[in-house]
Write a protein of this length. Structure first.
Length: 230
């Protein structure tokens, strides 16, 4: 499966293409004006735009859904998102999440004061809304989506073959930093989502920011999370 997973840098965010013939999928849609770059990669691996059967949105921040309307139109893919994100996806706005330390709390405060439209994006309509485990057998995949709230209430992760997890911003892998996200609206829920992901037994984790990382690295970072976050 590894050779069928392609990481596409779409602005500041990763988009992932999972090759699966006429049931190929995209995870997230990157920043705005990145549809051309994503489609170029789709064609480069030998697929056509209409080979994309689904676009799974890990959460509705502007850098993960910026090119969604264009990609949806060009691929005719089904957009799958958590029900908690339905209104924000339709409205084209999700507020900045809370910072998880003093520096990022300060950054969020400045952003909310001076960049009030920073969370804006072009609205889009979801096709499939989930609020619990969702099996992708209809897409001919041994895969399922699970809610992993914390970064946002509607955050989800995709598990493929119980080996690969695409986790959006549930963890970051920025060089020189902890995997712990700099932003999260509910840190207790986030820690529970880390537990959920580790309990899947998955070996490889693919974040929205940075390169994939191992289960060992995830476990090590989990043990460092504040024990008060229960």
């Amino acid at each position: 499966m590894n050779k069928n997973i392609h990481r596409i840098k779409a602005g500041i965010t990763n988009v992932y293409l999972v090759e699966n013939g006429e049931n190929s999928i995209l995870i997230d849609a990157g920043n705005k004006n990145k549809a051309h770059k994503i489609l170029k990669k789709i064609r480069k691996v030998g697929l056509k735009p209409d080979s994309i059967a689904a676009i799974i949105i890990t959460h509705t921040h502007y850098d993960h859904v910026g090119s969604l309307p264009e990609l949806k139109q060009l691929t005719n893919a089904k957009v799958i998102a958590h029900s908690a994100d339905e209104e924000s996806l339709k409205a084209g706005f999700t507020d900045l999440p809370e910072g998880t330390n003093s520096l990022f709390r300060f950054i969020v405060g400045l952003g909310r004061k001076f960049l009030k439209t920073h969370g804006s994006f072009t609205p889009s309509e979801p096709d499939i809304l989930i609020n619990e485990k969702y099996d992708l057998k209809d897409f001919d995949l041994d895969a399922f989506i699970i809610p992993t709230p914390g970064h946002t209430a509607g955050s989800v992760s995709l598990i493929i073959n119980r080996e690969h997890a695409f986790i959006g911003d549930t963890a970051f892998n920025i060089k020189g930093r902890s995997l712990y996200p700099p932003f999260a609206n509910d840190e207790k829920a986030l820690k529970r989502s880390w537990e959920t992901l580790l309990n899947t037994g998955v070996k490889h984790f693919w974040p929205g920011h940075g390169k994939k990382f191992s289960r060992e690295k995830f476990s090590k970072n989990y043990r460092k999370v504040d024990p008060k976050l229960h």
